[in-house]
Structure formats: C-alpha cells, structure tokens
Design a protein around this ligand. Structure first.
Ligand SMILES: N[C@@H](CCC(=O)N[C@@H](CS)C(=O)NCC(=O)O)C(=O)O
Length: 284
C-alpha cells in the first residue's frame, strides 16, 4: 500500500533516496522484509523503531505510518506500508532472482492474504505464551494527535486498531478464549501446509518464493512459543530446518542470549502453572 505524500506529516522523509526500512529487530513482519532484502541482495538502510518502548507511537513515526506499525518502506521518497505489499512492490522493481514463480502471481497474493489474516493470531500466541506481560509495562502508548490520520486522503479505519490492542492488553492480557481460537486457526493452517510440503521442497513447488519467507517467520515464532512443530507437522518442520540452514534467514531471527534466558524462565513458569501452549493444545 503506497501512501500519498499529502498524507505524510513527517515531510523530511520525502527527500530520502534509495531503499530505507523502518523496522524493529524482533518484529515478525520486519524480519520478513529483511530476509527478502537479503535474499535479493538489495542494498538498504535500516532504521530501528523500538516497539518495546513505544517509539512507534511517536509523532515522528505516526507522521509516516498513522497505523503505528512496522515495517515501513521508504523507496526514493515514496512510503509503502504492509509487509506483503512491500515485498510485492520491491519484486516489481527488482526483477533479478525473482521470488514470485512465473504465472503464480495470483496464487502468491492469495496465500499472502491468508497469511496476513493470521497476523492477529500470531500476536495472540506471542503475547500469551512467549512474551511475559511485565516486558510490555514500559511501553508508552502516547495519546493520539488531535488531527486524525488519513490514508489516501480518507480517514483510516485501521487508525486506532493498534492503540486499542495495547489498551485492552494492558487491562486483560490475552484471554484464554482468544488464545485457544488463535491456536486452532494456526494448527489447521499448519496441517494444510504439512500436506502441501509432503512431496515438495518449497511451499509452491521446487522454487523458493515470497510465501516461504512469510511462513518461515510464523514457523519461527510459534516454535519460540514452544509449539511442538516437529511432532505435529513433521513436513513443515523439515522445510523449516532447510530454510534455517541458510544464514540469510537465520541471522534475522536470532535472539540475544539474555532474551532467550528470560523467555525460557517464563516458559518454565507457564509449564509449572499448567498454562503452556502444550496444555492449551491438550484441552482442544
Ligand atoms: N499487516 C501488517 C502488520 C504489521 C504489524 O502488526 N507490525 C507489528 C510488528 S510485527 C507492529 O508494528 N506492532 C506495533 C506494536 O506492537 O505496537 C504488516 O504486515 O505489515
């Protein structure tokens, strides 16, 4: 999705030349775009927007993406949001080593749409089973600027969605009901993927595509949340391991040791309390 320059309040970025990615090291959608840029060998400048401190709610950032989400691509002064749209836009500009197999444009679009619809589910799973609530306590969801954000000159219906998510999360966390629904949706999608990968090296056949990059990120995240991918979907696990062997994938999903340690302790606590992802799966 390309934004109109008249909707951009942070005007300075309209002069930026080349490829710039506003992203956060540990955001799933950001990882997706970084892996893509690595694989395509597209030189880019990375600008970190720290989601854990709420930098995405700053006036500067919201003047670029009113939805307050990363990643954002700034390509020769044009602003593109939505990670899958960003990949498709870049694929249209950088034709070498294509990552959309010939005559598969529609199929790729369809799968990416499906993947995007699961984003709320991966978020529920992440904040229920992976990230402890106290880690989000320092996040400052700043009050909305008075003048409403516009997209394509119209009020954006997604404008307050992210802000509302954090307000609800602060009060109630992720409810058991929402977490269970999200787990079922993911398990069903992974079952289908497992069938697709039975006799195939990549999701769409013998060639690596955008769809593999997108699903690699989900497979990483759900395993970090201790989902038993190998046991429940062995073909997906095999495919994941093949991609993970490639450093261009692996380096973007790496987590510092201290973070691994904190998340490990949290996972032990969940297990002791009978609140782990495995416990929820048993109840389904
Ligand atoms: N559909 C969007 C989703 C973007 C999204 O939700 N990004 C997350 C990180 S993966 C974010 O910026 N969250 C902001 C926050 O946590 O406040 C896309 O694919 O780009």
């Amino acid at each position: 999705m390309k934004l109109l320059s008249s909707d951009i309040k942070t005007k300075e970025i309209l002069d930026w030349k080349g490829v710039h990615l506003l992203n956060y090291q540990f955001s799933a959608c950001s990882m997706k775009t970084r892996i893509y840029l690595n694989l395509k060998k597209i030189p880019f400048t990375s600008h970190q927007i720290n989601l854990s401190t709420g930098e995405n709610f700053s006036e500067w950032f919201q003047g670029i993406n009113p939805r307050s989400l990363v990643p954002v691509l700034i390509h020769d002064g044009e602003v593109h949001i939505e990670s899958n749209d960003i990949l498709e836009h870049l694929e249209g500009c950088f034709k070498e080593s294509p990552l959309i197999p010939e005559n598969m444009e529609e199929k790729v679009k369809e799968i990416l749409k499906f993947e995007d619809n699961l984003h709320v589910d991966i978020r529920n799973i992440t904040f229920k089973f992976l990230v402890p609530r106290f880690l989000n306590k320092g996040k400052s969801v700043q009050p909305k600027a008075k003048n409403k954000a516009t997209l394509n000159g119209e009020l954006d219906s997604m404008d307050d969605v992210n802000r509302n998510f954090w307000e609800q999360y602060e009060k109630y966390g992720i409810t058991d009901e929402d977490a269970s629904k999200s787990l079922i949706r993911f398990r069903t999608a992974l079952d289908d993927l497992n069938d697709q990968l039975k006799d195939s090296q990549y999701i769409l056949g013998p060639e690596l595509s955008l769809v593999d990059i997108a699903w690699f990120i989900y497979a990483t995240r759900i395993q970090h949340a201790n989902y038993p991918l190998q046991r429940l979907h062995p073909n997906v696990f095999g495919w994941y391991e093949r991609l993970y062997a490639n450093n261009l994938f692996r380096k973007e999903v790496r987590r510092p040791l201290i973070m691994q340690f904190v998340l490990y302790v949290h996972s032990l606590i969940l297990r002791l309390k009978g609140r782990s992802i495995e416990d929820f799966l048993l109840d389904q």
